[in-house]
Structures are given as structure tokens and as C-alpha cells.
Design a protein around this ligand. Structure first.
Ligand code: GAP
Length: 458
């Protein structure tokens, strides 16, 4: 569905300061990426916007920031120690390791969700699936591979000192349920959100930053009365979808996919994914919204011995709240936004521009101030000094004005402001709009408000 190849978009993101290869000077580290001068700002803006929309301006929610390393009992309670595993197979010839489901789905048209290890082995045999690395068909049986990264706390490296890098941020929320109730004036229904790093030792990471081993999640755990859960599930599904739509993501590349009954985790009453038609696949999951019932709070109550229940102040009824969880990865959202924003336009004979149609609210730079001649730099710099107090700006006096426009289009700067010789007389500047390329004469006094109004998330 995408007009542009994934390679082309990735190449642009790498060459324009969005993403760098991790540890590049050492030859890199498999599947690790660093966010560059433009990408770090875009990522921060995405997180700030999520925090504003889901925490600060939502009447129900509060935010926390919990530790990455948790008491290992928390992972026993959540089921991650036992169950957070993928089926993997090894090629006996070249020793490459693959996720069995991905191997099958990439080489056949089958979907294998919910199949047992034995069933996966049988499919690999029946379809005579060969190793993508060496071309041989000599596989081990499928085995469970736990995705949690292990490390040790303190000086001893033994089983008693083993801790895990969290594979999801939400468990840090569940274990703080009582603390939040105690220190806030929240009543059910209410939500607790957080943004933070998660780690998964994925067997088959890939597609650039789509599936990585170190990533950030923005998760909200919304607690409600049992019986009210499906109503709130719909509320959050719509809330997340509206957020994505307001970012300007193309409707024809977006869909909400409700999970079939067989796909649901055993504790989930309903789950939907917001999916995007990435250039490398038909549809890829971006955001998961799940009704997790009372599973997590009940498990942590059981394993910790501490009641994680709610006492209704009006009815005096005690119950374990149900939880609706919208969960999204920052890198996934970033990648979707960039794939959707990327465009290449022919401007005339031999002239084209790459433009990132980013929503101005998340654009890394909001305006670039360009004096038409270096003789005008001093006066133009005064405008920069004023605007940069309000939002991120750049000052660019090098190259032709056309080149300066192209540089800014490529990183998604919504406005270029040209200070020319006339500006000295009429106290106006020319403001060029990134998307329409329209140019307007605006009074310098009105410039700040003109831009501020147009970079809001409305
Ligand atoms: N607490 C629920 C949870 O973590 P998940 O479906 O495993 O659910 C939620 O992950 C979201 O986190 C996904 O929809 C995706 O956006 C992001 N995510 C998960 N694994 C990821 C990975 N390896 N790399 C990048 N993002 C990932």
C-alpha cells in the first residue's frame, strides 16, 4: 500500500539525523539503534504528547515512574518467569536460531497463532521448510526460549542474586496500586500510566526499529469496576485511535483489529490492536488495547500476600478492580509516524524534495529563520532569539534559500521564515508553509502567535 519502499524511508531516517546505527564505530551491535539529533527530539515530543493527552489532560489518570529492576517475585506473579517465552528452532547445520512461528509464516501462507510446539514441528517438516541462512532442512525440535534479560544484583552471580530487566512497564504499575490509592485522591475508575524502557531478548528482531530488544513503552493501566470493563475497553480503544488520527496518520493505512477468541490471553476478555500498513508487511501492530480483567492485581495479591483491592467509599463494597490496558511502543509509534510522513515530490525539471509531513506538534524544529543575505543576519538573529524562547527554532544563513527550504522539509520543520531587504522597511517576514509551500507576509510582531497557534495538537 505504501508508495515508497521501506529501504528508501530507512535510508532517509539514517541520513537525516533521525536514527544512527548503535555502536557504529565498533561495527555496530546487532539490532541496536541510537536516536540522532532530529530523532531524539521527535521521540521526546511523541512521549511528551502522550503524557499530556493520556495523563495531564485526562481527568481520570495519574502518572508514575517505576524502577526497571523489580523483585523477581513480581515476574513469578505476572507469569513471565514461566510463560514469557517464544518457540524457537535451531538449524543444526549452521546453528542459526529462529522463532518457529515467524519461520513458518514467512515461508508459507499459514498463520500459526496458538499452535503447540509439536504442531509447529510437524508443520516445519510437512512443508519442508529450509533454513533461510544456509538452505538446509535440518532442525531441532521447537523449544521454549524465555525473552527476559537476566542480570545480577550485588557482587555475587548466583540464582539468589538474579534479577531481570523488565519486559514490560505495566508490572511496575500494578505493584504500586496501593501506593497510588494512598497518595492520590483517586476513586475508581482511574488510570495509572508510565513511560519507560523495556527489554526483550527477541529471537527475531528486525524491520529496523519495529522489533528491537531495548525499547520504550507508554502504558496505561485503567482500573474500573467489574462489569464496567467492556464499556471502558471501547472508550480507550477509541481514545487511542483518535490520538493516532489526530497525528494525521492516513486513514487507509490504519485499522483496528479485534482479536479472535482463540487469540486472547487466557485472562483477557477482549483485545484489539491498532495496526498500520507498514511498507514491509501487510499490517503491523502498533498499539494493543486489552481488557486484562482482575488477573494482574489478583496475581500480585496472591504472590505478595498484600491485598490489592478497592473499598468503594460509597457502597463499602470491596472488590478487585478490572483493568483495561492501552500499551504502545515509542519506537513503533515513531516508525509509523515517519513511514506515514515521508513523501517525495517532483517540483520541476530535475528538482525534487523529500518532505516529512510530521504533525507540527511533534516536529523536532518548529521554525527555521533564514536571512536572505548574510548582511541581514543581525536583524534576523533578533527574531530567532525571541522565537527560540517559545519553541525549538534553527537559524540558517548558509546556502541558497531553496537549499535551506529542502533541508528543513527533510526533517519536517513546518515553517521557514525569510528575513529579506524589505523586512527592514515593513517589519514583515515571509513565512513559508512546509506542506503547501505557500508563502505569506506576516508582521514580525505577530509571528510568535502565528506559529504557536499552528503547532498546537488540536
Ligand atoms: N503490557 C502489555 C504488553 O507489553 P505487548 O503487546 O507485548 O503488550 C505492547 O507490547 C506494545 O509494545 C506493542 O504493541 C508494541 O508497540 C510495543 N513492543 C512490544 N515488543 C516490542 C519490541 N520488541 N520492539 C519494539 N516495540 C515493541
Amino acid at each position: 500500500m505504501s508508495k515508497y519502499s521501506f529501504d528508501e524511508i530507512v535510508s532517509h531516517l539514517k541520513s537525516s539525523g533521525f536514527v544512527y546505527q548503535g555502536s557504529e564505530i565498533y561495527g555496530g551491535l546487532s539490532n541496536s539503534w541510537d536516536f540522532g539529533i532530529i530523532g531524539a527530539a521527535l521521540k521526546k515530543n511523541i512521549k511528551d504528547l502522550w503524557w499530556k493527552v493520556f495523563i495531564e489532560t485526562n481527568p481520570y489518570n495519574v502518572g508514575i515512574d517505576s524502577a526497571i529492576l523489580m523483585n523477581p517475585k513480581a515476574w513469578e506473579a505476572s507469569g513471565h518467569l514461566k510463560g514469557f517465552a517464544d518457540a524457537m528452532v535451531d538449524c543444526k547445520e549452521c546453528k542459526s536460531r529462529f522463532r518457529a512461528d515467524k519461520l513458518i509464516e514467512d515461508t508459507t501462507s499459514l498463520t500459526v497463532e496458538g499452535k503447540s510446539f509439536e504442531e509447529l514441528d510437524a508443520i516445519i517438516k510437512e512443508h519442508n521448510i529450509v533454513c533461510p541462512e544456509c538452505g538446509k532442512a535440518n532442525w531441532t525440535n521447537a523449544r521454549a526460549f524465555n525473552l527476559m534479560f537476566k542480570t545480577f544484583i550485588g557482587t555475587l552471580e548466583d540464582s539468589k542474586s538474579t534479577v531481570y530487566l523488565r519486559p514490560e512497564t505495566c508490572q511496575g504499575i500494578f505493584v504500586n496500586f496501593n501506593n497510588v490509592l494512598r497518595t492520590s485522591r483517586k476513586k475508581i475508575p482511574f488510570g495509572i500510566g508510565q513511560i519507560g524502557k523495556s527489554f526483550r531478548n527477541e529471537i527475531t528482531p528486525g524491520n529496523f526499529i519495529f522489533r528491537v530488544r531495548e525499547f520504550e513503552q507508554m502504558e496505561l493501566e485503567f482500573f474500573c469496576e467489574p462489569g464496567e470493563d467492556l464499556k471502558w475497553f471501547e472508550y480507550w480503544e477509541k481514545y487511542c485511535y483518535d490520538f493516532v488520527k489526530k497525528l494525521g496518520i492516513s486513514s487507509d493505512k490504519l485499522r483496528i483489529r479485534p482479536h479472535a477468541k482463540e487469540e486472547l490471553a487466557f485472562y483477557s476478555k477482549a483485545t484489539s490492536d491498532i495496526e498500520y500498513a507498514f511498507p514491509f508487511t501487510d499490517w503491523g501492530e502498533v498499539w494493543g488495547i486489552a481488557d486484562r480483567t482482575d488477573y494482574d492485581l489478583s496475581q500480585h495479591s496472591k504472590y505478595s500476600g498484600k491485598d490489592l483491592i478497592y473499598l468503594d467509599p460509597e457502597t463499602h463494597e470491596k472488590y478487585t478492580p478490572y483493568c483495561i490496558e492501552p500499551s504502545v511502543g515509542v519506537e513503533r509509534l515513531f516508525l509509523m509516524i515517519c513511514c506515514d510522513a515521508y513523501d517525495k515530490e517532483q517540483l520541476g525539471e530535475g528538482d525534487e524534495r523529500i518532505v516529512m509531513h510530521l504533525h507540527p506538534a511533534i516536529s523536532p524544529i518548529k521554525a527555521c529563520i533564514c536571512p536572505l543575505s548574510k548582511k541581514l543576519s543581525e536583524n534576523a538573529a533578533k527574531i530567532f532569539d525571541e522565537l527560540v524562547k517559545e519553541f525549538p527554532c534553527e537559524f540558517d544563513e548558509t546556502g541558497s534559500i531553496g537549499k535551506r527550504y529542502r533541508r528543513n522539509d527533510a526533517i519536517g520543520t513546518p515553517f521557514c521564515i525569510t528575513y529579506d531587504f524589505e523586512s527592514q522597511e515593513d517589519n514583515c517576514v515571509t513565512v513559508r508553509d512546509r506542506d503547501s509551500m505557500e508563502q505569506k507576509r506576516i508582521k514580525i510582531d505577530e509571528l510568535k502567535d502565528y506559529i504557536k497557534e499552528r503547532i498546537e495538537f488540536k
